[in-house]
Design a binder for this molecule. Structure first.
Ligand code: ADP
Length: 266
């Protein structure tokens, strides 16, 4: 609580009283802390690839250029790190657009089955490579929903790519769509992967929060996928949540209004 005192002056009597203002600044301070942490995280996430790029460029300068095989490897690293930074900056821009409500949702009717089929197709090659089996279930009678299809596809892509990243060879990934008890469309992506420890579950949708930073980075993750998914789902008037059993698997579910009564459709 912040307290400010303002004296009350009366010309002929001097100070005759005091106004005390009590302000609850907890929320403001929390926001400020979150903002500071975010800036620190972004700086760190950008600095890491940049330092790598610098040292590999220096190594090339210091003679590695003369050894074609080495040079090729170093240039490969530089390229990978650059790709990572591009992904990170793209994700950050996307988040900032979602935060500022700058990009209104482009709501249009979309066929759920067709959309899920397309998502599964996009990942089928990587799934085959990792010997991961896939399954899909769409409850009967679920036809079209009014959504911003590009954005919801982004949510699905983020969930699918997580499922794929964190599921070892030979696992299983399943997409399901049904109408839940509240009449909302509920879509879930379920995997038999490494799972998430209970203690991390609460924070998993926070920006840059990862269970294992090194593993996520190695997999090419930015730590922003779930935060972006949450913002998009929220903008549609839905909810997203994640259930996980460490070592067993994870199921991420999001809901959408069946008629698309989200922010932009009202
Ligand atoms: P990242 O780019 O690191 O994958 P996300 O925001 O998509 O970032 O996810 C945050 C963290 O949540 C991941 O780093 C990972 O630790 C955990 N996570 C997300 N999805 C899964 C999953 N399906 N299985 C296991 N862990 C997951």
């Amino acid at each position: 609580i912040r307290v400010t005192f303002t004296p009350i002056h009366r010309r002929e009597f001097g100070i005759t009283g005091t106004i005390a203002v009590l302000q609850d600044v907890t929320e403001q301070e929390e926001m400020e802390t979150t903002r500071r942490e975010f800036v620190a995280n972004v700086s760190h996430e950008l600095r890491t690839p940049l330092t790598t790029i610098r040292s590999y460029a220096e190594a090339l300068d210091d003679g590695a250029m003369g050894e074609p095989q080495l040079a090729e490897r170093f240039v490969g690293v530089i390229r990978n790190e650059t790709e990572r930074m591009i992904r990170l900056v793209t994700d950050l821009l996307h988040l900032s657009r979602l935060d500022s409500n700058e990009a209104p949702l482009r709501m249009q009717p979309a066929d759920v089955m067709e959309m899920l089929d397309e998502v599964a197709d996009r990942f089928s090659f990587q799934m085959k490579q990792k010997h991961i089996r896939s399954g899909m279930f769409v409850e009967q009678g679920i036809g079209k929903v009014v959504i911003d299809r590009d954005q919801i596809e982004q949510v699905l892509d983020n969930l699918m790519s997580n499922a794929l990243k964190y599921t070892p060879e030979g696992g299983n990934i399943r997409i399901e769509a049904r109408r839940n008890s509240e009449g909302m469309l509920s879509i879930s992506v379920q995997d038999t992967g490494i799972g998430i420890p209970k203690k991390d579950l609460d924070r998993i949708f926070e920006r840059f929060y990862r269970v294992d930073k090194a593993r996520s980075r190695n997999m090419g993750g930015t730590g922003l996928g779930l935060s972006i998914a949450r913002e998009i789902v929220k903008a549609h008037g839905g909810q997203i949540f994640l259930e996980s059993e460490y070592g067993q698997g994870t199921c991420t579910t999001f809901t959408l209004p069946m008629l698309g009564e989200g922010r932009e459709a009202q």
